[in-house]
Design a protein around this ligand. Structure first.
Ligand SMILES: Cc1ncc(COP(=O)(O)O)c(C=O)c1O
Length: 349
């Protein structure tokens, strides 16, 4: 990514085309029916591009919410004055497909259904294939936020009934931040013609630009795209999604076992946990102050995530990115030292 490419130069245009082809292949789809559209900005820009482009003026979206990222889609729909309804469930539970079915049966004005795959708030995995399949059977268009799961979990957009899937450069593909991308069913994208509420986030115009002369409409993040291309080659060398999943699962299993040895309890039930990120409860000890714990780990070179749950005192440990078991064991050793410094006894669970 330290090379400077002209955004309208043939080399860059070829690189973008190759990235788009590889993304469609990663989603298990064929290029006849699906396409990949990169969008400048972070992951949320991709989500907002889909919501603001896909829903027609008379449309209505059902948004499944069990964490901050489902909630963010509600805020986007609110801000864009798009008619919406929510199916909200607690952050440590997944939405029941039967409840989605009931809502769709009762409200025929719903045209779109949106769901987060791995709700990174807690690390929970939601039943995307079940929900999207039933939504499509009822004639609804489906939108999936797979920001933190795409390329770590096998996802087949065609078989799962997904019309729009959104992810970003800097999660499981392990690129650097700078853009998001949408894997879209071509028929669904064509049906969005004329609905965009934003010039920059118009997904159809972005697609048409890329299909036309192969260029972005507005200045693309050339360096981030170069890094992303290299990251895609690294993913392939690791054995694709299956190979990457093995490393992330190993990171997760070692983290979980080690954390339990240190006395930390995971928040979710095992069957609902992902191997993307795990939430752990704060220890029940008066000396535990998350800020101190975080800073002491950060000083040792380990950056963990604060909790994002609205109800429980938790922090999170990510298992994705260019990390392996050596990093996990290094983190666990650092935690043991920090707990000892804080005067917190270690009681394995
Ligand atoms: C599931 C999910 N959706 C959306 C986002 C938002 O992405 P960004 O911060 O890149 O806008 C994230 C970020 O972690 C996420 O995990």
């Amino acid at each position: 990514m330290l090379r400077d490419l002209g955004s309208r130069d043939a080399e860059f245009i070829g690189l973008v085309a190759d990235i788009r082809r590889r993304l469609v292949a990663l989603s298990g789809a064929d290029e006849e029916h699906f396409t990949a559209v990169p969008m400048q900005g972070s992951g949320t820009f991709g989500i907002e591009a889909v919501i603001s482009t896909a829903i027609p003026p008379e449309g209505k979206i059902l948004i499944l919410v069990n964490g901050a990222y489902g909630q963010r889609m509600v805020r986007i729909a609110d801000r864009l004055r798009i008619a919406h309804t929510e199916l909200e469930c607690p952050e440590d539970c997944t939405p029941a497909p039967a409840a989605v079915e009931d809502i769709l049966a009762a409200d025929s004005s719903i045209t779109h259904v949106a769901i987060v795959h791995c709700e990174t708030t807690s690390g929970i995995i939601n039943p995307v294939a079940e929900v999207c399949t039933l939504a499509r059977l009822r004639g609804c268009c489906t939108i999936v936020d797979a920001m933190s799961s795409f390329a770590a979990y096998p996802i087949s957009v065609a078989e799962w009934g997904i019309d729009f899937l959104v992810s970003s450069a800097n999660k499981c593909i392990e690129g650097v931040p700078g853009f998001s991308f949408v894997i879209a069913r071509k028929g669904a994208l064509e049906a969005c013609q004329g609905h965009a509420r934003s010039l920059c986030l118009d997904l159809v115009a972005q697609w048409e630009g890329l299909e036309g002369d192969g260029q972005f409409r507005f200045t693309p993040p050339t360096h981030a795209m170069l890094a992303f291309h290299a990251a895609l080659l690294e993913l392939e060398a690791e054995g694709g999604v299956a190979g990457r999943a093995v490393r992330y699962q190993a990171n997760y299993a070692a983290t979980l076992a080690g954390m339990q040895q240190l006395g930390f309890a995971p928040m979710l039930r095992p069957e609902e946990r992902s191997y993307i990120i795990t939430s752990f409860y704060y220890p029940q000890h008066p000396n535990f102050v998350f800020r101190t714990f975080y800073e002491q780990l950060s000083r040792r070179g380990y950056v963990i995530y604060p909790g994002k749950m609205s109800q429980a005192d938790c922090f999170r440990i990510g298992h994705i990115g260019r990390i392996d078991l050596a990093d996990v064991f290094g983190l666990l050793t650092a935690m043991r030292e920090v707990l000892s410094e804080m005067g917190i006894p270690i009681i394995p669970i």
